[in-house]
Each structure stands twice: as structure tokens, then as C-alpha cells.
Design a protein around this ligand. Structure first.
Ligand code: X2X
Length: 334
């Protein structure tokens, strides 16, 4: 008797599920969006805005659930792009750093001192470089839709003021992404260790590492002043753009009308996110007792000089034509 009822229940659920799927012509009930950080950060907020705009503008045909903490890949952000390609993740707002192990062109943005200004960054992502990067992502099997901003990455540590490469000597610095970061911090005399964002926070708290590099909204959102990060150097050594992407099969399953809506929503969310990400935070952070050092042009030149070899080595891996194009677009922004 119980068995018979169970069978009935299973059949009923199956019918309902089938009806739901066929109504939406193969659309999923819910799409999974991967993010490294949640809505307490501009990055996570950008993802939330995108999801809300899509739901609203498709009258609920496309429902998106946020998965911050890259939980769909157990917190290993450098596996996010592969999971997206394979369909474990339906969509993401991702960092160029985290996807650079799979999309080598994305290392471009991590070349030390390629640009130190938002104008330089925008000249690239809104110019020919942006198009070429999107083509590279497309070739790797995902659909890129829009740009956002994680921001210029600034250096913090628990030990001392850093204003010359010499000050970095021997400091244990947490980095993420491709081996480019190991090369950069090794060239500067530091002792870099690769670890995920999830592991970085306990490592800073326990003193297993002395320092890290991240944009100010991440520093503030993660309350790094409470993770012994007393010294902060503003050096703008690289900008980390964000990219809004969708898995290719998911993209193909949507009508052209819905594709258009999702793309426009990503562009709108990216613009709002970039404004949030670029809001000035220096004073707020200084008021928390963090000692801030802003490099003079001469000091900045010393860091650029010390990492010149890394820049040259990685230019070959990224593609000299793409790097040349980027340099040209950055120069045109000045
Ligand atoms: O892990 C980091 O440092 C972060 C949050 O900035 C990225 O995902 C690149």
C-alpha cells in the first residue's frame, strides 16, 4: 500500500517536472551563477544585479541562483572556468586572474605596471583588446557578455611599510592565479605562496603568511585590518577586470530574445558594478588604523624596473601582438 502510494507520488512529481520543463522549452528551473565573493562586495553585488535584471526582464523565464565562495568548485577559484565550460556552472562573474590558467590571454591584465589608471584599463577593455580577449574566451568554449571591475590590486602586510622592492624582501605573500604571480613576487624579493581566497583569510589570521594583494573593496569587505594587515601600499601594479559569462550550451538553449536580454542585463550590471568598485575607500581604510603608503612616480618606477623581466617573459606566453596592442591602447588613454 505504502509502496503503491510512493509510486503514485513519484509519477505525479515526474509529470509536474516534465510539464515545467516543456513549458519553458528546455529551460532549466534554475541556473547556477558562480562568484568568488558575495553581495557584501561590489563583485557579488554585480552578480546579484545581473540575476535580478534577468529575472525581471524575462518575466521569470530565467531564474538564477548565486553561489558565492566558488562553492560549485569547492572554493578552488582557478577551476571555475573549467567547470563553467563543462556545465557544472551555468554562468559566472569571474576574475581574469582566476581564469588565466585556462585562457592564457587573460594574463595580459596581470602584467606588472601595464597600466596604473582606470582610463588605461578602460581603453583596453572597451577597445580592440577587449574584443580579442572575448574571442579568446569564446575559443575556450564560453560566451563572454560584459565587463566589470574588481579593481587595482594593492599590497598589504602585517610587518612594515613597503615603498621600495627592498622592503618586500623575505615577506611571505599570498597570491592566486597563474604562475605569473609567483614570478612577479619572486622578482621583487618576496616569498610568494599560491592559495585560494578561502585559504587566504585563515592564513593571514594565523600569520602563516605576512601579506596579500587585493583591491580595496576586497580589503575592506574582508575586514583585513583584523587579519593583521596594518600596512597598505597603493601601487596600482595591476588591474583585475571581471567578465560576465555564460556556458555555451546554456546560451544556445535560450531564444534569441532571451539571449539579448541576458547580454544587456550583464552590460547594465557591469556598469553599475564598476561604479561601486571604483568608489574611493582610502580614507575609510585609513580611519580603521591602517597605515597607507602611496608610491611616488620614482618609487613606482623601481617596482616596474624590478619586474621588467617578468613582463618580458610573460609577453611571449600571452602573445606579443596582443601585448603591443594593449600598450598602444593604454598610451592612447593618456
Ligand atoms: O582571491 C582573490 O584574491 C580575489 C578574491 O581577488 C580573486 O578572486 C582574484
Amino acid at each position: 500500500m505504502a509502496l503503491k502510494n510512493n509510486l503514485k507520488l513519484v509519477l505525479a512529481i515526474g509529470t509536474i517536472a516534465f510539464a515545467a520543463v516543456s513549458n519553458a522549452q528546455g529551460y532549466k528551473e534554475e541556473y547556477k551563477m558562480s562568484l568568488v565573493v558575495g553581495t557584501a562586495f561590489p563583485w557579488g553585488k554585480g552578480g546579484e544585479i545581473w540575476a535580478n535584471l534577468v529575472k525581471e526582464r524575462t518575466d521569470g523565464r530565467i531564474n538564477i541562483k548565486l553561489y558565492p565562495g566558488v562553492s560549485l568548485v569547492q572554493g578552488d577559484q582557478t577551476r571555475e572556468f573549467s567547470a563553467l565550460r563543462q556545465g557544472v556552472i551555468d554562468m559566472a562573474v569571474g576574475s581574469t586572474i582566476n581564469w588565466s590558467p585556462q585562457v592564457k590571454e587573460l594574463n595580459l591584465f596581470s602584467l606588472p605596471f601595464l597600466t596604473t589608471t582606470n582610463a588605461g584599463t578602460d581603453a583596453m577593455i572597451k577597445g580592440e583588446v577587449g574584443k580579442k580577449i572575448f574571442e579568446a574566451i569564446d575559443r575556450q568554449g564560453a560566451v563572454p557578455l560584459a565587463w566589470g571591475d574588481n579593481g587595482f590590486r594593492q599590497l598589504s602586510n602585517s610587518k612594515r611599510v613597503v615603498s621600495t622592492p627592498n622592503d618586500l624582501k623575505g615577506l611571505k605573500i599570498r597570491v592566486v592565479g597563474s604562475p605569473l604571480f609567483i614570478d612577479t613576487f619572486t622578482a621583487l624579493g618576496a616569498n610568494p605562496t599560491q592559495m585560494s581566497w578561502a585559504d587566504a583569510q585563515p592564513a593571514l589570521a594565523s600569520g602563516a603568511v605576512d601579506g596579500q594583494e587585493n583591491p580595496l573593496p576586497i580589503f575592506l569587505g574582508a575586514k583585513m585590518q583584523n587579519l593583521s594587515q596594518k600596512y597598505l601600499t597603493l601601487w596600482n601594479y595591476m588591474n583585475d577586470p571581471l567578465i560576465f559569462v555564460v556556458n555555451k550550451d546554456v546560451w544556445k538553449s535560450w531564444t534569441p530574445q532571451d539571449q539579448k536580454i541576458v547580454r544587456q542585463a550583464a552590460i547594465d550590471a557591469g556598469q553599475q558594478e564598476t561604479i561601486m568598485s571604483r568608489a574611493p575607500l582610502e580614507k575609510t581604510i585609513a580611519d580603521l588604523g591602517v597605515q597607507i603608503t602611496t608610491l611616488t612616480p620614482e618609487q613606482s618606477a623601481q617596482f616596474a624596473q624590478a619586474t621588467k623581466g617578468v613582463y618580458e617573459k610573460w609577453t611571449k606566453m600571452i602573445g606579443p601582438d596582443l601585448v603591443k596592442l594593449a600598450e598602444k591602447e593604454v598610451a592612447s588613454a593618456k
